[in-house]
Design a binder for this molecule. Structure first.
Ligand SMILES: Nc1ncnc2c1ncn2[C@@H]1O[C@H](COP(=O)(O)OP(=O)(O)OP(=O)(O)O)[C@@H](O)[C@H]1O
Length: 235
């Protein structure tokens, strides 16, 4: 059977909280095509991070199946999951997660070392506009610059997919927009599949595909034939 690049098929994830069982993902099904810029949107606690963590191989599912690029991620054993996280997935987090005693360049090189076909660290730093900041430590960089380093680090792994969990959550309005523009341009120019999690529904206009999550379920999917460049979106 021909599969989409990313596919969730009736995926469930439960958490036991005392007597209660919470369905953080409750029969979640959706797909994302290769090269799409996808926004997963929903209120706090809806299950967005749960979905992203399962797709990123950081968390398993209890029911259903998850596919990426023709492989069933949900069937991987621990060793396969480690390889998958290393080789196939680039992560961008809200708080950058840079190593403080390494320079920007060294932070990116670190990711290179665990990758199969990495891109040169200098190249990805140039791509995010930080060629002049390579030898600076994270503490010497602004929040927006640190997030650019973390994007360069994720891209340097040459991953099949870029997963971004609230990538602008710690940034001011203008800087956040610049980081989103960078992610959107990266998707357009390199054809890389990018998924951004957000609670900000204004960002849905910039996506090729929008997946609405509510109460652990897919509340709706929208496809934008003409996504809006983030520079033209106000919130
Ligand atoms: N490790 C865990 N143990 C117990 N419950 C959890 C755990 N992780 C998540 N949950 C619960 O699962 C539900 C979904 O959480 P999740 O973090 O995926 O939501 P979210 O949409 O990403 O929210 P936010 O935007 O606030 O990060 C919530 O009710 C949350 O409390």
């Amino acid at each position: 059977m021909e599969r989409h690049f990313v596919e969730f098929d009736n995926v469930c994830k439960y958490y036991q909280m005392g007597e209660n069982r919470i369905a953080a993902a409750d029969h979640v099904s959706f797909f994302i095509d290769k090269g799409e810029f996808c926004v997963i949107v929903g209120p706090s606690g809806a299950g967005k991070t749960t979905v992203l963590n399962m797709l990123g191989g950081m968390d398993g599912c209890d029911e259903g199946r998850i596919y990426l690029d023709g492989q069933e991620v949900s069937a991987y054993n621990q060793k396969q999951l480690t390889r998958y996280r290393r080789y196939d997935v680039g992560f961008v987090f809200q708080f950058y997660n840079l190593v403080q005693n390494l320079t920007a360049l060294e932070n990116v090189e670190l990711a290179n070392e665990i990758s199969k076909e990495p891109l040169p660290a200098e190249q990805t730093l140039r791509q995010v506009g930080l060629e002049h900041r390579m030898d600076n430590f994270p503490a010497q960089l602004s929040g927006g610059e640190q997030q650019r380093v973390s994007i360069a680090r994720a891209l340097a792994k040459n991953p099949k997919i870029l997963l971004c969990d609230e990538p602008t959550g710690a940034l001011d309005y203008k800087t956040g927009k610049q980081v989103l523009a960078l992610l959107q341009n990266t998707c357009r120019q390199t054809g890389r599949t990018v998924i951004v999690i957000t609670h900000n529904s204004a960002l849905t206009a910039m996506a090729d595909r929008v997946i609405h999550i509510r109460n652990g379920q897919v509340a709706g999917v929208e496809v934008n034939e003409n996504p809006t460049p983030v520079e033209r979106i106000e919130w």
